[in-house]
Design a protein around this ligand. Structure first.
Ligand code: 1PX
Length: 215
């Protein structure tokens, strides 16, 4: 039935939401960015409870951004660009050490932004992988090149342990629910340039404002 198809998880739809993030003049809509992350978390949850500590942190950060979006200054949070401008002009960001703004949109989004780089690297490896490639290896390589340098030892250790129980490539492709492997590869080929663009635009914005190391 239509209803049961609705509930079926499909990664294509999740990755499509990142397409909707980009405005005509290449700004990034926060609402769509958050929606994209919600879908990814749903996917992560479907992989099992071992990933609970990861999705819990992601949900936490998503919720902080949603609160900003729904807050009384929500109109300042329409795009990542407007958020950065608003929070900086109003001194709502802890720039050098943690202080009175531990939940700024800027520092919170930075964590998801780094995780988006992990996603980009992991999906690119999946796209170019062969039948006997190991998801755990692709995942940890992507992690080491993106998030790991920002995480303390204990988090890196826990992440490494979780990666070890990732399903193998065939089962992983199944859960993605996109179709046969050729279709997964094609879908990734279409989705990746957009994820990459959202990442690059955010990266440049943060670099311009010296926000890449926010505590
Ligand atoms: C087909 C592929 C789709 C896969 C979708 C998977 C979505 C993954 C979502 C990961 C979101 C991770 C957000 C992490 C943010 C973060 O870096 N937080 C740390 C710093 O925050 P703080 O507020 O303290 O400055 C925080 O310490 C994090 C703790 C949790 C552990 C984070 C490990 C991240 C591993 C990412 C790889 C996910 C592996 C999924 C396997 C498919």
């Amino acid at each position: 039935s239509v209803a049961s198809e609705d509930q079926k998880f499909c990664l294509r739809e999740v990755l499509d939401t990142f397409k909707l993030c980009l405005s005509e003049n290449k700004e990034v809509y926060l609402q769509q960015y958050v929606t994209g992350w919600r879908g990814l978390v749903k996917f992560l949850n479907s992989l099992g409870s071992v990933f609970g500590f990861i999705s819990k942190d992601a949900v936490n950060k998503i919720q902080i951004l949603v609160n900003h979006l729904n807050g009384e200054n929500g109109s300042q949070y329409v795009t990542i660009q407007s958020m950065v401008k608003y929070e900086l002009e109003n001194e709502l960001v802890d720039l050098t050490k943690r202080g009175s703004h531990p939940e700024s949109g800027c520092r919170t989004l930075l964590r998801l932004h780094r995780a988006l780089r992990w996603l980009e690297l992991f999906l690119e490896r999946l796209r170019t992988s062969t039948e006997d490639s190991k998801t755990s290896v692709m995942c940890s390589e992507a992690y080491n090149e993106s998030l790991a340098p920002h995480h303390p030892w204990v988090v890196r250790k826990a992440a490494g342990m979780a990666f070890c129980v990732l399903p193998g490539r065939p089962a992983f492709f199944e859960v993605m629910n996109v179709g046969p492997p050729e279709q997964v590869v094609a879908m990734l080929g279409e989705a990746l340039p957009l994820i990459s663009e959202v990442y690059q635009i955010t990266e440049e914005l943060y670099a311009q404002h010296n926000l890449l190391d926010l505590p």
